[in-house]
Design a protein around this ligand. Structure first.
Ligand code: GTP
Ligand code: SPV
Ligand code: MN
Length: 594
């Protein structure tokens, strides 16, 4: 069949269809009429529920299977010919085995279903920064999400032409059985096979699978960076806009920081925020030799719980229309609610994320509260609806990056902010990042795990080589961005956060920019530069001086323990670990012991 003008694409679609045996094959053209038609079909089957179209125009509701609510890292594989190329940071299978095992599940799995063909571009269509993928899927939910998250449809096929390169992305829901779920990446073939899941990061293949795992593999070959980072523009009182990219692990505040509202004190000074992206940054050295970044996505796939008019008003405004809500509470009036959202949940008549009748105060058999929304419930919404979005999102070469920020969720140890001594030390700071596990990952919530550059689940090759690539990039970039580390989550003895976070984080960003532009001095410590307390503008914020002192305190004993844990972590990379990491590590130990 010739669905497109691209011979190889047609052959591949035929081959995949032969395996999956759909009743029908439909090309997604990106038109509004097709989208409306598919939405109607999905509502008819119950896959999707239409929300109140007056209160929430264009908004839809979806529930995943109960066992399918977050990415499943243990079922995610990098299939390279050599195991060492995937590294200790990835699950590995031989490509032939990977295809075989997934094919067994895919076989005949689309009988009675339609296979949709979604041509999509990560990055502006036609930009040198962009990459094209084609996703085959039997899920309308996936199609509707991809239409928000990526640039998709006929215009991408036109760009692909008759022989353009693309990532071959195959997704099938199959039975959504956790025993028959595999998320397979074949970087050597530029291919992704995902089967048995219907959850976001497992199935919106442009996102974590292509834009991070496959892209990171390509980026090393092509000398650029594919990172788990938000991109944010900070307009300073002078009118100058500086852009920063920040890597925090899943559910550690990227979406929130990307669209923060300046606190009044800083608003009065003239500060403004511009949102470029909340999850992924592709960064390249442009013709001026500097580092430039695009957000390859066009939508947010954001955590719902905790989002309210106080914590993140821009997100609340963004999700008032054309938004897909997944695994939140469904109210009787066909609106939605989630924990720590705005307003109270209805006393009666709501259905929780599992589809069960729910009312406030319900407890399970162990006496634990039953939440209405799943802690990793999400909204999918167009970035263009965010009040702070910028037209620069569509700029082919993106934005120039002034500072790179790493951060984690650490109740102890890490200060509010510190600056690395230089690029190589900054790479070491990123490589030794750690964070407490959240609901976005499978596993024990709260446990501290090392998550280098927030890329542990997303680096599509051996992380030792990834560190080496970062060191190399530093040599190639003219005026490389300064590298910082932040921690919004430090707690006091009672387990209360010491820092108010959210919009107030701009106070820290202000210091970061002043340092990046070499405008002010700082305090030198063994781990890096920290602010002099008076250099963080506290206008309008009533924070006890004692808090600031605790937030910036560095305990060499604790840091020596941390360093011990870090060296244990690095052992797994063996000889492949760059010497520069060891050099940075030794230098840190020396500074701490002084
Ligand atoms: P992914 O989409 O999974 O990659 O997550 P993310 O990094 O975009 O995280 P997000 O911004 O959605 O934040 C997740 C959680 O962190 C929410 O519960 C927020 O309320 C909370 N959070 C975000 N910023 C802050 C902050 O500055 N301080 C505190 N205490 N909590 C925050
Ligand atoms: C994350 O977990 O980092 C997310 C959500 O951004 S997902 O798309 O599911 O990966
Ligand atoms: Mn993410």
């Amino acid at each position: 069949m010739s669905l497109t003008r691209h011979q190889e694409l047609n052959l591949w679609i035929d081959e995949m269809a032969k395996m999956c045996q759909p009743d029908d094959i439909v090309l997604i053209d990106g038109s509004d009429t097709q989208k409306a038609d598919l939405t109607k079909q999905a509502c008819d089957t119950g896959e999707i529920i239409e929300l109140d179209q007056e209160k929430l125009p264009g908004c839809l509701y979806h529930r995943t299977a109960v066992n399918d609510v977050a990415r499943t890292e243990n079922l995610t594989f990098i299939c390279t010919s050599k195991k060492e190329d995937a590294g200790p940071n990835n699950n590995w299978m031989k490509p032939a085995d990977g295809y075989k095992r997934a094919a067994e599940i895919f076989k005949g799995s689309m009988k009675g279903r339609t296979m949709y063909v979604i041509p999509f571009s990560m990055g502006p269509v036609g930009s040198e920064f962009s990459k094209i993928g084609v996703e085959l899927t039997d899920s309308i939910y996936v199609v509707l999400n991809m239409l928000i998250m990526t640039r998709a449809g006929q215009k991408v096929l036109d760009q692909l032409g008759t022989d353009g390169e693309f990532t071959h992305c195959l997704h099938g829901k199959a039975e959504r059985d956790i025993e028959k779920r595999l998320i397979m990446h074949f970087p050597e073939d530029n291919a992704i096979w995902s089967v048995g899941s219907g959850y976001g990061g497992n199935v919106l293949l442009g996102k974590k699978c292509l834009a991070l795992r496959i892209a990171s593999y390509i980026a090393r070959k092509e000398s650029w960076l594919a990172e788990h980072m938000l991109i944010l523009g900070i307009e300073r009182p002078s009118g100058r806009i500086d852009y920063v990219a920040a890597a925090f692990p899943s559910a550690c505040g990227k979406t929130n920081l990307a669209m923060l509202i300046p606190p009044e004190g800083l608003q009065a000074k003239g500060y403004k925020i511009w949102t470029v992206g909340d999850d992924i940054a592709w960064m390249r050295i442009d013709t001026d030799g500097k580092l430039w970044a695009i957000n390859p996505e066009t939508g947010f796939f954001g955590v719902a719980p905790g989002t309210n008019m106080k914590s993140n008003p821009n997100a609340v405004k963004t999700v008032q229309k054309n938004t897909i809500f997944t695994n939140v509470l469904l109210n009787p009036d066909r609106t939605v609610w989630w924990e720590d959202g705005d307003g109270d949940p209805p006393a009666e008549g709501a259905f929780d994320w599992k589809g069960q009748p729910w009312k406030p105060g319900m407890k399970d058999e162990n006496g634990n509260p039953i939440t209405g929304a799943h802690p990793n419930s999400r909204f999918t919404a167009p970035i263009a609806q965010c009040p702070t979005h910028t037209y620069r999102l569509d700029h082919h070469h993106g934005v120039n990056i002034s500072a790179i920020i790493f951060g984690g969720r650490r109740a102890k140890l890490a200060p509010l902010v510190y600056q690395s001594f230089d690029w190589n030390h900054g790479v070491y700071v990123g490589a030794t990042m750690a964070s407490e596990r959240t609901a976005a990952q499978f596993g024990k919530i709260g446990e501290v795990r090392r998550d280098p550059m927030a890329m542990l689940p997303f680096c599509g090759y051996n992380m030792a080589d990834y560190f080496a690539h970062w060191f190399n990039m530093g040599k190639k970039i003219k005026e490389p961005p300064k590298i910082f580390h932040v921690n919004w989550f430090r707690q006091d003895e009672n387990g209360d956060y010491l820092w108010p976070g959210f919009g107030e984080n701009l106070r820290v960003l202000e210091w970061i920019l002043e340092r990046a532009n070499e405008d002010i001095d700082a305090e030198e410590t063994p781990i890096g530069f920290i602010p002099k307390p008076q250099d963080i503008d506290m206008t309008g914020l009533d924070l006890p001086a004692e808090n600031m002192q605790k937030l910036l305190s560095i305990d060499p004993e604790d840091w020596l323990k941390e360093a011990q844990n870090v060296s244990e972590y690095f052992i797994q990379f063996g000889d492949r670990l760059p010497k520069e990491i060891l050099k940075q590590h030794a230098a840190l130990l020396e500074r701490l012991k002084k």
